[in-house]
Design a protein around this ligand. Structure first.
Ligand SMILES: Nc1ncnc2c1ncn2[C@@H]1O[C@H](COP(=O)(O)OP(=O)(O)OP(=O)(O)O)[C@@H](O)[C@H]1O
Ligand SMILES: CC(C)(CO)[C@@H](O)C(=O)NCCC(=O)O
Ligand SMILES: [K+]
Length: 264
């Protein structure tokens, strides 16, 4: 999955997610090395270091499988310039909206949103609302008939901080704090923390409550690189809501493996 900040990877054996990890965007030379690899040992470390180091729980299972080479690559992307790089790979299948069995999608809906929504619905049941705390923060919901209800897009935590730091004369760049900050800050860094975090948390709370007005028993699943931060803040601000949320890092991959037919 090519996201707006980085690449998200999963190694599938049939429909099982053996392991999942993230990397930076990668240069063409690495894609070429992947294309030429004929054994697990040949695989580019830029991609497979987490596996090669044996840190991942799935590693043992991987070593005992003999995949075909070049490795089949299923690609979903929301970054067209990166898609083009990866389309030079000889064994690539591009996943498109047509393969996602949701009803009512509009043509420019992000494939990451569609796959995450499908994965959440398959794993927990529809109706379901997905909150993706990534580069962009998105809400994407579907009803009990697996029909897209719709959603919303706003700048994520990192993007709000980066915009403030980058587009003003006096504001520093800040990173996400582990704890919910004080609402009334007495220094600049905490004032930025407070402003961005309390407004995002209030917005997320409001979207969730509105969702439960539509679907009283509707599921809500949180994903994305900042999901743990978002959940932590919600646990302070709205523990009753936080308690009802599901959290899942690999929603997009849960969606990919449930495509029928799994793209060949
Ligand atoms: N190593 C990392 N590199 C980049 N972002 C990271 C990293 N670790 C955590 N993050 C957090 O993840 C967020 C980006 O989320 P994610 O990785 O889900 O985005 P993405 O999938 O690339 O973007 P999007 O899904 O919005 O297109 C950033 O705001 C950042 O705070
Ligand atoms: C909203 C993002 C950036 C989230 O990654 C992506 O899903 C995207 O580029 N979507 C296209 C626009 C849409 O979903 O309506
Ligand atoms: K853009």
């Amino acid at each position: 999955m090519i996201g707006n900040s980085r690449l998200h990877w999963s190694w599938f054996v049939d429909k099982a997610i053996v392991c999942a990890w993230d990397t930076d965007y990668l240069p063409e030379a690495v894609i070429e090395q992947l294309a030429k690899s004929q054994t697990l040992e040949d695989l580019p470390p830029e991609i497979f270091l987490p596996i090669q180091r044996g840190r991942d729980i799935g590693t043992e299972k991987l070593i005992t499988t003999t995949p075909e080479f070049p490795l089949p690559l299923y690609l979903a992307s929301v970054v067209p310039s990166e898609t083009r790089l990866w389309q030079t790979y000889p064994n690539v299948q591009l996943i498109t909206l047509e393969q996602v069995p949701l009803e009512g999608m509009y043509p420019t809906l992000g494939i990451d949103r569609a796959l995450a929504l499908w994965g959440a619905g398959q794993n927990w049941s529809f109706p379901v609302l997905v909150i993706d705390a990534g580069t962009a923060l998105t809400f994407t919901g579907a009803d009990s008939k697996r029909c897209l209800v719709g959603g919303a897009i706003l700048p994520g935590f990192g993007l709000q901080f980066a915009t403030l730091g980058g587009r003003t004369g006096q504001l520093p760049n800040v990173t996400l704090p582990q704890q919910l900050p004080k609402r009334y800050a007495l220094n600049t860094q905490e004032a930025i923390h407070s402003g961005v975090i309390y407004t995002i948390v209030a917005g997320v709370k409001d979207f969730i409550q509105a969702w439960w007005e539509l679907f009283a028993e509707g599921n809500v699943v949180v994903t994305g690189g900042d999901r743990i931060f978002l959940l932590n803040y919600l646990q302070y601000e709205a523990p009753d809501i936080a308690e009802r949320l599901k959290i899942e890092a690999n929603l997009v991959f849960l969606g990919m493996r449930q495509l029928s037919p799994f793209p060949k």
